[in-house]
Design a protein around this ligand. Structure first.
Ligand SMILES: [Zn+2]
Length: 249
């Protein structure tokens, strides 16, 4: 492990978070991100896809859903203190990341890493020794993020970044992978659990009745349920688990 400074105690760092879909952050690591923001770190979110397929509403279109999900993600990020200008959308179609041009995808990630030069990268776990199961976009996001990070370290990969944009190579030294089957790091998010649940609740189109028949707001019943869930969660211990990995490339 390259670094043993605790993630939740870091301050003044740049954190680059790669997610497959708008809402992955809210469910997997929103508590940790809320703490990082509170501790004055710069948190930049990257979404590979625009989430434009996840609705059972037969009247929904992909174009409309992409807009809705962008707004929902911006609201979810606002809850934990991340501004829209710190959200980067790669814009790939939901569920089809594995059909993206692999070299282009890797280059985009490498470019962002060279631009932002993050102290920490947070993403899906590609697995330490073997390929872990994920739904396809999650798997692609996991592997592409580490492949892009590796490429970012060597100037001979995507040399156009240096040639045309003066982006120097950069080696990511500290990774925190969520959705891991081999977690080795735990962040206590009990003190920000309300923010995490509120952040999750902003993804209205992905849950409850709006998943089947879109409405921009939760039903009154769903709002009551959320209040109850927040009350129930307070005073209990909540953690988010990661696999912390250094670089071995
Ligand atoms: Zn997802």
């Amino acid at each position: 492990m390259a670094n043993d400074e605790k993630l939740e105690e870091m301050t003044g760092k740049t954190i680059l978070v790669f997610c497959a879909h708008p809402d992955d952050d809210s469910f997997y690591c929103a508590g940790t991100l809320a703490k990082l923001v509170k501790n004055n770190n710069k948190v930049i979110m990257v979404f590979y896809t625009n989430g434009n397929k996840g609705s059972h509403d037969l009247e929904m279109t992909s174009e409309r859903l992409a807009k809705i999900r962008k707004q929902e993600e911006e609201s979810a990020c606002e809850v934990i203190g991340i501004k829209p200008e710190n959200i980067i959308w790669m814009g790939y179609d939901d569920g089809e990341l594995e059909y993206a041009n692999p070299k282009e995808l890797c280059g985009k990630t490498a470019r962002l890493i060279r631009m932002y030069r993050p102290d920490v990268v947070i993403s899906f776990d590609p697995g330490r020794f073997f390929r872990q199961w994920h739904k396809t976009d999650h798997s692609m996001a996991a592997f592409n993020t580490v492949d892009g990070a590796r490429a970012a370290a060597y100037h001979l990969y995507f040399p156009e970044h240096l040639l045309y944009e003066n982006l120097m190579p950069f080696m990511v030294k500290d990774f925190f992978f969520f959705a891991s089957k081999e977690p080795n790091y735990e962040v206590d998010v009990s003190d920000v659990i309300e923010l995490k649940l509120l952040s999750q609740s902003k993804h209205v189109s992905q849950q409850g009745s709006a998943h089947y028949k879109y409405s921009p707001t939760m039903t009154e019943e769903e709002q009551e349920e959320l209040k109850k869930r927040i009350e129930d969660a307070k005073g209990k211990k909540h953690v988010e688990r990661f696999r912390r990995g250094g670089t071995d490339y």
